[in-house]
Design a protein around this ligand. Structure first.
Ligand code: UDP
Length: 498
């Protein structure tokens, strides 16, 4: 039976009861936690579905939300990892030990379906669900909603630009006609011309062998009564307009969801526990000039092999020589630190002391990006990271790895003009070892850092545009702003289904 944490405030039977079902990956859970708080703050009762391993990882977040008094309850369903053929405790995409188990993991998510159904039917302390909001990759939850006769909305994690491009490429059957993986061709039907490469925009779920998952995904997208996105109208107005026309249903961008975290504590506790003392980190940032620090981090999944870590290190070190005012923070994951890397890393840290900080593990990214000293972000272009940079007016050095990230790079560099491409061309599936041809040399890293931090007139114009987008993002989430109004509309939708 699911372990339901005690909570009293779900007794308000007049409020709509929304069930949030995030994908078990940090990049999907983090924005959905923010969404849960926003919906609860806007008048809903929220149940957030998770599993024991994931709940343990976000325990500080759960405590923070519980003590805030917001009506959000966290319900842990038991994920039968071993039964599914996964190692015990493998309850999050970042815990998948080898590439061949990714498909097993994605297929086994539906094992949560019967438990969710049981929980929703049996929960005696909570009113019946009025709406299920499921992550786009949790199509199994839309099946539960249909079986229970509950309205359901899809939550799309990526940018509308990516979702629209994928739709246009599929609808026009473009990829079948392209022989060369690295030939540039235009995405048909976009208002502004954008050229892409097949290798960079092919969806993993459209590959042979993934037909069932892919069919269920598209069926869930069709059956959802509406789609919620982590974006905002003013950022992607033309993509949203076209996507609404294509879908003919409600599309609600409610982001940037990261802006919901206003105080330093909530900015510092998102996802995993921070691997660094946040006060020491803030003191270090306080000692730096505005816009002088480059933040280097590649999200929760992308991994750099040792050879790539060395190139990044060389690039950052030579950027310090090129720009005397520059400092950097570089996040290196536990999984990236093989034996050779550990020794190399400690020597590197000694060499850059004072001007560079290496965070080994999990960084409080939102807290870092909001600090005035941070002026650049070398990112893998995961949509959360991209949007967090846009929401804080930080210019990006873009280094996409997989999934939606190459199209997010196009949006940032070619459409919005607030980023500089590092020059990555060959994608890597996150759990695969990054191939030699996918790796990027240190000189490219140095060049991108210098261009972002000191790019002359064009650099100033980029920073100005980033500042304008930051303002627009803030306005969208304030009372009366587009995202805030869309959120109210979702609550109205839920009330109307009561
Ligand atoms: N993140 C963080 N600290 C880290 C790594 C990641 O806080 O050390 C957060 C980041 O702020 C973002 C999320 O994890 O909210 C990563 O999502 P994104 O879509 O950028 O990339 P993914 O991890 O899904 O590839």
């Amino acid at each position: 039976m699911p372990n339901q944490m005690p909570i009293n405030h779900l007794n308000h039977s007049k409020k709509p009861h929304l069930i949030l079902v995030p994908l078990m990956a940090q990049g999907h859970m983090i924005p959905m936690v923010d969404l849960a708080c926003l919906l609860a703050g806007a008048g809903a009762l929220v149940t957030f579905i998770t599993t024991p391993v994931n709940a343990a990882r976000i325990r500080p977040v759960i405590r923070r939300i519980e003590s805030s008094g917001l009506p959000v309850q966290f319900v842990e369903l038991c994920f039968p990892a071993v039964e599914a053929g996964l190692p015990a405790g493998c309850e999050n995409i970042d815990l998948i030990p080898s590439p061949d188990l990714f498909k097993t993991f994605m297929e086994s998510l539906s094992l949560l379906g019967p438990q969710l159904k049981l929980h929703l039917a049996a929960a005696s302390s909570a009113p019946p669900p009025d709406c299920i909001i499921f992550d786009s990759l949790n199509s199994w939850a839309s099946t539960v909603a249909k079986e229970l006769g509950v309205p359901h909305l899809m939550f799309y994690g990526p940018s509308c630009f990516y979702i629209l491009c994928s739709l246009l490429l599929k609808k026009n059957q473009v990829l079948k006609t392209i022989a060369d993986d690295f030939e540039l061709f235009p995405v048909p039907g976009l208002p502004e011309p954008v050229e892409v490469m097949k290798a960079q925009v092919s969806r993993w779920m459209d590959r042979p062998g993934w037909e069932k998952i892919s069919e269920e995904f598209y069926a869930a997208e069709d059956s959802a009564q509406g789609i919620i996105m982590n974006s905002f109208e003013e950022l992607e107005s033309s993509a949203l307009e076209l996507y609404r026309k294509e879908k003919g249903k409600k599309i609600w961008p409610v982001g940037p969801l990261s802006l919901y975290n206003k105080d330093a504590e909530s900015q510092a506790t998102r996802g995993n526990a921070s691997s660094v003392d946040t006060q020491l980190l803030v003191n270090w940032l306080d000692s730096k000039e505005p816009n002088s620090v480059m933040f280097v981090s590649f999200g929760s999944l992308a991994r750099n092999p040792f050879s790539q870590l060395v190139e990044i290190g060389h690039g950052l070190k030579s950027a310090l020589s090129s720009l005397p005012s520059l400092s950097f923070i570089w996040v290196v994951k536990e999984a990236e630190k093989g034996d050779g890397a550990k020794k190399w890393m400690s020597e590197f840290e000694a060499e850059i002391k004072g001007r560079g900080m290496v965070i080994q593990g999990w960084a409080p990214q939102e807290l870092i990006l909001t600090h005035a000293a941070v002026g650049g972000f070398m990112t893998h272009c995961g949509w959360n990271s991209t949007l967090e940079a846009l929401a804080t007016g930080v210019v990006m050095a873009t280094w996409p790895r997989f999934g939606d990230q190459f199209l997010n790079e196009k949006l940032v560099v070619d459409v919005l003009n607030v980023g500089v491409a590092v020059g990555a061309k060959v994608p890597t599936l996150f759990v695969d070892e990054m191939s030699e041809e996918a790796q990027v040399k240190g000189e490219k890293v140095r060049k991108a850092v210098v261009e972002v931090m000191d790019g002359g007139k064009e650099g100033e114009a980029r920073r100005r545009r980033a500042g304008e987008l930051k303002e627009k993002a803030r306005t969208a989430t304030e009372e009366g702003g587009s995202s805030s109004e869309n959120l109210k509309d979702i609550i109205r939708f839920a009330y109307s289904r009561k």
